[in-house]
Design a protein around this ligand. Structure first.
Ligand code: COA
Length: 263
């Protein structure tokens, strides 16, 4: 891997340590708003962590204590026409799909505002850990637009139609505790602790079979897209595929030999 770009002017940082790639959106003065450059760099960081065999899990967070991501960059979007908006939406959607379909687990450490594209980014991750100061929502209708990076679809799938309609039509943001109650996040931690909690969870996942983790992510994520019968068929295929992978032999052998599995 080549020299890493670092410093305040690099809008997406990737830091790989101990099997976990931490991707940080680094525009704190704009509350980490997503412009095209950020989306492109985020896409590259996802590719890099897909190809790097030493990476077993990803954590995505925002720089600073105020925001995860406060949305798509409104200053950049203000100049778009309908065709430009369609391309912007298509590209954002493709980057977030690359997170959802990434073979490795991706955890969002929500350290403050996760609005608009920030909420959509978090929802494309597999697991969301929110700090107590998080504010999560889709405020787009207040700007005369609608969510364009998957928000109308993923929020309804994640929290149900009633919650999605309530939040998307009103633009109301919810706090961390309400987000937990609604099923938008699965953990709430004290302010300043989202990243450390996400890292601890990532490390816990890294101790498990990477092959099994990938199959499990696929079973849950792809299974939700079809009928129950389709999902059960997919689960059966992925379950059976585990039995022709060495991790299954090692995992079960280690249990029977009363030792820790080496994956
Ligand atoms: N796009 C571009 N710039 C943004 C931004 C966004 N989505 N969100 C925040 N910023 C910028 C602000 O313009 C401001 O820049 P400035 O210092 O050059 O004026 C800076 O980030 C700090 O934001 P500010 O609004 O001053 O902070 P605040 O504490 O008063 O309010 C928010 C915080 C998150 C409530 C407010 O910034 C906000 O509503 N942001 C937009 C949220 C949104 O609608 N997102 C969806 C976009 S589709």
């Amino acid at each position: 891997m080549g020299e890493r770009e670092t410093g305040p002017s690099v809008p997406v940082l990737i830091d790989i340590e101990d099997k976990v790639a931490v991707i940080t959106i680094n525009r704190p003065n704009q509350l980490n708003a997503l412009n095209m450059e950020v989306l492109e760099r985020l896409h590259s960081a996802l590719q890099e962590s897909r190809l790097n065999a030493s990476v077993r899990a990803l954590v995505i967070t925002g720089m600073g204590s105020r925001a995860f991501v406060a949305g798509a960059d409104i200053a950049e979007m203000a100049g778009l026409d309908a065709a430009g908006a369609s391309s912007f939406s298509a590209f954002g959607q493709s980057v977030f799909l690359a997170i959802e379909r990434h073979p490795k687990p991706v955890i969002a450490a929500i350290n403050g505002y996760a609005l608009g594209g920030g909420c959509e980014l978090a929802m494309s991750c597999d697991i969301r850990v929110a700090a107590e100061n998080a504010r999560i929502g889709q405020p787009e209708v207040g700007l005369g637009i609608i969510p364009g990076f998957g928000g109308t679809q993923r929020l309804a799938r994640l929290a149900g139609k009633a919650v999605a309609m309530d939040m998307v039509l009103s633009g109301r943001a919810v706090g961390a505790e309400e987000a937990l109650r609604l099923g938008l996040v699965s953990r709430v931690v004290p302010e300043g602790k989202a990243l450390s909690e996400a890292l601890a969870l990532a490390h816990e996942i890294c101790r498990k079979s990477p092959h099994a983790v990938t199959q499990a992510k696929k079973a849950v994520a792809e299974g939700l897209l079809g009928t129950l019968d389709d999902g059960l068929r997919l689960e059966r295929e992925l379950f059976s595929a585990c039995f022709s992978h060495p991790d299954q032999e090692e995992g079960m052998k280690a249990f029977l030999e009363k030792r820790k599995a080496e994956f």
